[in-house]
Design a protein around this ligand. Structure first.
Ligand SMILES: Nc1ncnc2c1ncn2[C@@H]1O[C@H](COP(=O)(O)OP(=O)(O)O)[C@@H](O)[C@H]1O
Ligand SMILES: [Mg+2]
Length: 291
């Protein structure tokens, strides 16, 4: 396993004295989609800011693609880490989408044709090709969000780091954004996403890291992390809704985390276990059209 991001025993205290991270170690494998979960204040944003050197640890080390994150490597690390802020208004500043996406490539000193090529490509990747020359203030929140992602994609980063990317999006916007991230990941992009949306996480991530009061409570594959219900609740999260629904069925040990998993489980149950058929049918009808 090659790590794209390696975080080793990182601690960080804010000037006011809040110890936001307390000995965090975490590896994100190349090509992985990892969700960083935890209640508000558990340290998610602080940890993400260590990946691109916006914050530097008071103890411990961070590296990205083998490069040690530090003052000297700030520019190089920022090229490799596409950092997407929670609020796109903190990230976008140019008058039009075209200028905003082109800003990074222009700064890299790339020739105008290459800048233009990258702008068009990044805009197409997030579905805002038609909006390139619109004034920024005419864009919806969801469009701005996608624009902020295009801005980092134009830098051709090795990984994407997103802080609560679906916060404030409506359900369709949320779905659209997650499909984009999923597509990028399938094409090889390493993605780290902070979120507390337990219903979204199982649909898209391969691994989950759960933070609690600045420490890693657990890190692992999706099923492994969600299997420990007590720990999930101690971290002030809950099981995905579909899992809670299945808890009501008798004889289910491993709870499904997505509707797709639930459907497969129900189909197996229907083959194997006659008495559960009626309950399974009811559930299938209730959940039919979701994912
Ligand atoms: N700029 C800051 N100054 C002082 N304390 C902060 C600052 N930002 C965050 N904190 C504190 O650090 C802890 C972790 O915050 P944060 O990383 O933002 O958590 P999360 O993103 O999981 O909500 C919290 O106790 C929060 O209040
Ligand atoms: Mg946060």
């Amino acid at each position: 396993m090659t790590a794209m991001i390696r975080i080793e025993s990182v601690s960080f205290t804010y000037p006011g004295g809040v110890r936001a991270l307390d000995g965090v170690s975490l590896e994100v494998p190349r090509g992985c989609f990892m969700s960083l979960m935890g209640a508000n204040g558990s340290g998610k944003s602080t940890l993400l800011k260590h990946i691109n050197g916006l914050l530097l640890p008071e103890a411990g080390r961070v590296s990205v693609a083998g490069i040690a994150v530090g003052k000297d490597s700030f520019e190089e690390v920022n090229r490799r880490v596409g950092f997407v802020f929670q609020d796109p208004n903190d990230q976008i500043f140019a008058p039009t989408a075209r200028e905003d996406i082109g800003y990074g490539p222009v700064n890299l000193g790339l020739p105008p044709e290459e800048v233009e090529r990258r702008v068009e490509e990044a805009a197409a990747q997030v579905g805002i090709g038609e909006l390139l020359d619109r004034p920024i203030h005419h864009l919806s929140y969801g469009q701005k969000k996608r624009l902020s992602i295009a801005g980092v994609l134009a830098m051709k980063p090795d990984c994407l780091v997103l802080d609560e990317p679906t916060a404030s999006l409506d359900p369709m916007g949320e779905h659209r954004l997650m499909r984009i991230l999923h597509g990028l990941n399938r094409n090889g992009m390493t993605v780290v996403m902070a979120t507390h949306d337990v219903d979204l996480v199982p649909l898209y991530s391969q691994r989950v890291c759960l933070l609690r009061a600045g420490r890693v409570a657990v890190e692992g594959e999706l099923k492994q992390v969600f299997a420990d219900r007590e720990l999930i609740e101690r971290c002030r999260l809950r099981l995905p809704r579909i899992a809670s629904l299945f808890e009501q069925l008798p004889g289910i040990t491993e709870l499904p985390l997505t509707v797709g998993m639930a459907r497969r489980r129900l189909e197996r149950l229907m083959e194997e276990d006659g008495p559960l058929l009626a309950a399974a049918r009811t559930l299938l009808e209730t959940e039919g059209e979701s994912h």
